[in-house]
Design a binder for this molecule. Sequence first.
Ligand code: BV8
Length: 236
Amino acid sequence: MNIVILTGAGISAESGLGTFRDEGGLWSQYDLEEVATPEGFSRNPGLVHEFYNLRRANCRSAQPNAAHFALAELEAKHDGNFLIVTQNVDDLHQRAGSRNVLQMHGELDKARCIYCSSNWAAPDVMTSQGRCPKCWSRGCRPDVVWFGEQVRFLSEIEAAIRKADLFAMIGTSAQVSPASEFMQLARDHGADTVEMNLEPSAVSMTAREVILGPATEVVPRWVEALLSGHRASPNE
Ligand code: BV8
C-alpha cells in the first residue's frame, strides 16, 4: 500500500512552533506581504531576516512531538512506499527519524545565495551580508519558498499522490495552493483520503474520514490502528 502524508503547521504546533492562521498566529503578528514575498524581501530584507531568525531560533530549541514520532514509526514499519510532503520549513519530521520527506516550501535551516542560488546551513543570525561559500558574493536569503514563488518537488509530489492508496492530510488549513489541491488529486486517483486536524479545513468535505483533535493525540492513535490492521482502508 502506497502512503502519502501532507503536513502543515498544525503538526508542529504542540512543539511550540506557531501556526499561521490560528488565533494569534504568525500572520496576525506579521504582514505576510512584508515577510513572505520576494517583493517584501527587496523592500526590507532586514525585517525578513529578523522574522526568519526568530523562527529559526524557535525551531532549533523545539523538539519533535508524538505526532512526528508516530509518522516516523509508520514509515519504519510500513512495507510499502511512504512519503511525507510537508509545507513546514522546520526540520522536526527529520529530527523525529522520518527519512522520505519533501519540504515543498523550503527549509528554515538553510541559507540561499540570491546570485548563484546555491544553499548552505543557515547561521543562527542571518543577514543579507552573509557571504556565499560558492560564489563568494554577499547576498543571502532564507532558503524558503515565498508567495508567488514556485514550490519544490511539485511533479514528484503529484506523481506520488496519483499512485497513492492512502492520502492523509495533517494539521493544515488547506488555504495555500498548490498544497490545497492535493486532497482532491488523491481522491480523483482513487486513494482513500483522511484528514486529521484540530478543526475542519477548507477541504474537509473532500476527505472520506475527518478525525478532529490535537495531532499528538489523533496521529499516534491513527498510526497504531493502521499498523495493527484495525483500520482497513476501502482499497484493501
Ligand atoms: C505558487 C514558506 C506559482 C515560508 C509559505 C489567490 C487565490 C488563490 C491562490 C493564490 C492567490 N494569490 C496567490 C495565490 C497562490 C499562493 C496562495 O495559495 N496564496 C494563498 C495565501 C491564497 N501560493 C503561492 O504563491 C505558492 N506558489 O503558487 O507559485 C508559480 C508557478 C510558476 C512559477 C512561479 C510561481 C507558494 C506558496 C508557499 C508560500 N510559502 N511558507 C514560511 O513558512 O514562512 S506558505 C505558509 O502557509 C506556510 O508555509 C504554511 O505551511 C502554509 C500553509 O499553512 P498551514 O500549514 O496550513 O498553517 P495554518 O496556520 O494555515 O493552519 C494550521 C492548521 O493546523 C489549522 O487548520 C489548525 O486547525 C491546525 N492545528 C492547529 N493546532 C493543531 C492543529 N492541528 C492538529 N493539532 C494541533 N495541535
